[in-house]
Design a protein around this ligand. Structure first.
Ligand SMILES: Cc1ncc(COP(=O)(O)O)c(CN[C@@H](CN)CCC(=O)O)c1O
Length: 428
């Protein structure tokens, strides 16, 4: 039976871990079926507990941009581990990686390390509130900034009303300070600023959406947000947890030539170990404890092992002047070739792509926001997911997730992926 050992392990896990997983998306609820338990990850490949190999298009949701277990990163982590795991004191290594990032990313002077993207984004909101003295902020439907209360809000009915909690346990008091707008809808953002004049601390956005599937900013949307924030005294926060060091070394700020006021990071800057970060110019970061009054802290923030994994990953990327060109080329090839096969099969679809991020939406001609992503045929995506999985191709288990292409995906892996797509049997 396919996935036999994973099925047994899932049953066991279910007894001790809520839903059998430590993060919901891994449970395959969106695509159905039993989540696969992996036991090894090397380069472009995952190996499951039934010793089946998969070409990995998740790459731990972004961190493994070099491919899994890069030998030089592995060696560096081993050496670092011999010096201890965590000191709870400042270390020179933290300054080295902070300096390296500050020198390579536009428009930031200081960076604070944390242990997850959620921590980075929630701290960025607190910092923006502390800096502006305002309480409300705008987020966009379909953008995910981690699971802190103020982000788990869905749009209220009508723009002027407040958001509603999208999860039990989030209070109405929290929800009233989170305003939501539709991605790519600048008029709604203008309205929110008009209805909440002088009260909005920040606008936070995924500069390229990755949590509603891959959705791109259109018609200079990011530049227009920059202008609106300047006109209204609000800070623009780019959540680059996914896009940071993925779309370009300077992230979406560099790629779209739009400067945010605060930028958040995660995933790649930890190289697979737990790291998040947020960064800004001195004027803003000086508000942060212990220099300023905005409190934020973390036991394992700047942890030497995680810093070493992230630093080595970033240096390896930086050293390869063709890194992003090659990644984008691989992704473009997958886009065009998969698109050709789906067209030959007569399957209407839209592939959104930027750099090494892409998503396939079925039975729809364009996807520019969360509602349109929801109108795609997700049952067909789920069918596509499972048929590819059975043929050794591991896609993100949801039509609302971006694929993450790694540098370990080469011609062989592209050919195997296209072979699996050719075998896809589509029933109308
Ligand atoms: C743009 C963006 N901002 C913040 C976060 C939260 O980061 P974490 O707290 O999961 O490290 C994320 C986390 N991304 C999801 C994948 N869509 C992580 C996977 C999961 O939740 O298990 C993100 O994509």
């Amino acid at each position: 039976m396919l996935y036999e050992r994973s099925s047994k392990l899932f049953e066991e896990a279910y007894k001790y871990i809520p839903g059998g997983v430590n993060s919901p998306v891994r449970a395959f609820k969106s695509v159905g079926g039993t989540p696969l338990f992996m036991k090894n990850a090397q380069g472009a490949y995952l190996t499951d507990e039934d010793d089946r190999q998969y070409i990995d298009y998740i790459n731990s949701w972004g961190p493994a941009i070099l491919g899994h277990t890069h030998p030089e990163v592995l060696e560096a982590i081993k050496k670092q581990a011999e010096k201890g795991f965590s000191y709870g004191t400042p270390t020179e290594l933290e300054t080295e990686i902070a300096k390296f990032i500050v020198e390579n990313v536009p428009n930031i002077d200081q960076i604070r390390m944390v242990s997850s993207g959620t921590e980075a984004c929630m701290s960025a909101i607190r910092l923006a509130r502390g800096f502006t003295g305002r309480e409300k902020f705008i987020k966009f439907e379909g953008c995910y900034h981690g699971h802190s209360d103020s982000f788990l809000i869905k749009a209220g009915s009508g723009l002027a009303t407040f958001g509603n909690p999208s999860s039990p346990g989030v209070t109405k008091g929290t929800a009233k300070d989170t305003l939501t707008a539709e991605y790519n809808n600048i008029e709604q953002v203008e309205d929110l600023f008009k209805h909440n004049s002088g009260e909005i601390a920040a606008v936070i956005i995924e500069p390229v959406g990755g949590n509603m599937g891959c959705v791109l900013p259109e018609n200079n949307f990011l530049q227009k947000l920059r202008t609106l924030c300047d006109e209204n005294g609000a800070l623009l926060i780019f959540d680059e947890v996914m896009t940071g060091f993925r779309l370009a070394f300077g992230g979406a700020q560099e790629l779209y030539n739009v400067n945010a006021d605060i930028v958040t990071y995660g995933k790649i800057i930890g190289g697979g170990l737990p790291v998040g970060a947020f960064a800004a110019r001195n004027e803003i970061m000086d508000y942060l404890a212990p220099k300023g009054a905005v409190y934020q802290a973390g036991t394992l923030s700047g942890n030497p092992l995680a810093m070493r994994a992230g630093f080595e990953t970033l240096k390896l990327i930086k050293k390869d002047e063709n890194f992003y060109k090659n990644l984008a080329k691989t992704t473009e090839t997958l886009d065009f070739e998969i698109g050709k096969i789906l067209n030959e099969k007569g399957i209407q679809h839209k592939i959104n792509r930027k750099g090494s991020m892409m998503s396939i939406f079925f039975h729809i001609s364009s996807v520019s926001n969360f509602a349109e992503a929801g109108n795609a045929n997700h049952a067909l995506f789920n069918n596509f997911f499972h048929q590819l999985l059975a043929n050794g191709i591991y896609l993100p288990p949801s039509g609302y997730e971006s694929w993450f292409i790694s540098d370990a995906i080469k011609e062989t892996e592209i050919d195997k992926t296209l072979e699996a797509v050719r075998k896809f049997e589509y029933f109308n």
